[in-house]
Design a protein around this ligand. Structure first.
Ligand code: BDP
Length: 459
């Protein structure tokens, strides 16, 4: 059919599934510094038996004549270690480690690193950085935090809500964190771009583990893998690591979402990009999120953890929930056989229009969404005994997208609505996450609140 448009007419073509809000999304902060000032601090941590090791590097701008004093304070304000100079290692005997939510009685323990700079003119600068002492490691089949297996029972999110769009909003943020705790979720991925710094600060304080994703979404054309794009992508990783390197909650970098990684240049592209990210930060594993076939993915050999998205019985086999178990089993077995790396189900889900009920379950009903999830969970339960190390539902909440015949006023795969009310799926997931938490906990059983309105759970 021939279609006619006004002269000069065009629409912005975006290849991602979220609304491209314009305007300023975040607070803009203006600040002043002394002429000689603390410009950056990098902290990495390690653990030697019960001694916490805090390595620091401090960069100062403006002059070569200054002195630096460093103090590490515990949560009671007691000084536990001291240092001087631009770099060094602080030793903390009987250190309190930073543990994720539901993994320890006192999760998210944060020390404060106080850096004081003095110059001969006595103009000084002072900075306090929260520090969580923890380690991260990956084996062939496990993701270890402080040497213990960690299971990502979490969500994918978007910075999105009614009225505000993508704009930063404290009340919304606190609501979302309370819902994460209610759900028994211990992690999320910042799909598909870095979130505001306030989000990461709260993750550090709540013990919510983060897979930090750069805005590498929509890498679908051959030219997306060219040199210009790669150079830009390397810079984007420089910026992301520089900004988020000191957050204990961030345990892995994701360099892209669903690139067409079967295209020929993808091998070189991801090899370079991942090596670059590891050079910037040797302390964290690196991944990207794939929806390519296991035997065609040219980037997968370079990741530390395989992250796979699949929409079984949603974008194909419509209505046929009975194929999920077989297809999901083959998905996991094929990826593991080929790469021998731990696997995260990094997206799965189904749209459900809140309040739409159907028996037998039909697509877009709440019943279909829950039935689909339950089929996934049966296989996830088998495979998490082996090498599956996590499941992140798509999505935490409904969110706005471009208009299209595939979207019913936005993407409705949320387990909460865009207004953060629960669908049936939220209760299914809540039962599951608390059950897993209680199976894998290393201490007494965890009480949970009975209804959404009650006080959020505390230790
Ligand atoms: C995945 C994308 C995500 C989409 C989701 C969906 O990573 O951004 O919103 O599918 O279709 O492929 O709901």
């Amino acid at each position: 059919m021939q279609l006619w448009y006004p002269k000069g007419y065009f629409v912005q073509d975006i290849s991602f599934d979220f609304f491209n809000y314009a305007g300023l999304h975040r607070s803009v902060v203006l600040y002043t510094t002394p002429t000689t000032y603390i410009d950056d601090i990098t902290v990495t941590t390690d653990v030697d038996r019960d001694v916490g090791l805090v390595n620091y590097w401090i960069s100062v701008q403006g002059s070569d004549h200054f002195q630096l004093e460093v103090r590490l304070l515990d949560e009671d304000g007691k000084i536990v270690a001291r240092g001087t100079g631009n770099e060094g290692q602080l030793k903390v005997p009987r250190a309190h480690l930073w543990w994720p939510y539901l993994m320890h009685e006192h999760p998210a323990y944060l020390y404060s690193l106080e850096v004081t700079m003095t110059t001969p003119e006595s103009v000084s600068d002072f900075y306090t950085l929260p520090v969580g002492i923890r380690t991260v490691a990956v084996t062939k089949s496990k993701f270890l935090i402080n040497g213990k297996p960690f299971y990502f029972q979490g969500v994918n999110k978007h910075e999105d809500s009614d009225i505000r769009g993508r704009g930063f909003d404290w009340p919304l943020l606190i609501k979302d964190f309370n819902l994460l705790r209610w759900l028994g979720a211990n992690s999320f991925r910042t799909s598909h771009y870095p979130y505001s710094e306030e989000v990461l600060q709260l993750c550090d304080r709540y013990g919510i583990v983060v897979i930090d994703e750069c805005p590498g979404v929509g890498i679908v054309l051959p030219q997306s893998f060219g040199n210009v794009s790669l150079r830009h992508h390397l810079e984007v990783m420089d910026e992301l690591v520089r900004r988020d390197k000191n957050h204990p909650a961030v345990v892995m970098w994701s360099v892209a979402n669903e690139p067409v990684s079967s295209l020929k240049p993808a091998g070189y592209y991801f090899k370079t990009l991942i090596a670059h990210t590891k050079a910037l930060d040797p302390t964290r594993p690196v991944t990207f999120v794939s929806n390519t076939r296991y035997d065609a993915d040219l980037g997968a050999p370079y990741v530390d953890v395989i992250c796979v998205n699949s929409y079984l019985s949603w974008y194909h086999d419509y209505g046929h929930l009975e194929v999920i178990q077989l297809q999901l089993t083959s998905q996991f077995e094929n990826w593991y056989k080929m790469y021998q790396k731990p696997i995260i189900q990094s997206e799965y889900g189904a749209d459900a229009v809140s309040g739409l009920h159907e028996d037998p379950p039909r697509m877009f009903s709440e019943e279909y969404q829950t039935a689909l999830l339950e089929n996934y969970h049966l296989i996830l339960d088998e495979k998490r005994k082996e090498y599956v190390i996590g499941e992140l539902i798509w999505n935490f909440a409904d969110f706005m997208t471009n208009q299209s015949p595939l979207r019913v006023t936005g993407n409705k795969k949320g387990i909460f609505t865009r207004q953060r009310n629960p669908k049936m799926a939220a209760f299914i997931l809540r039962e599951r996450y608390w059950r897993i938490a209680n199976e894998t906990r290393g201490y007494g059983s965890v009480p949970r609140t009975q209804c959404m309105g009650s006080r959020p759970f505390t230790f």
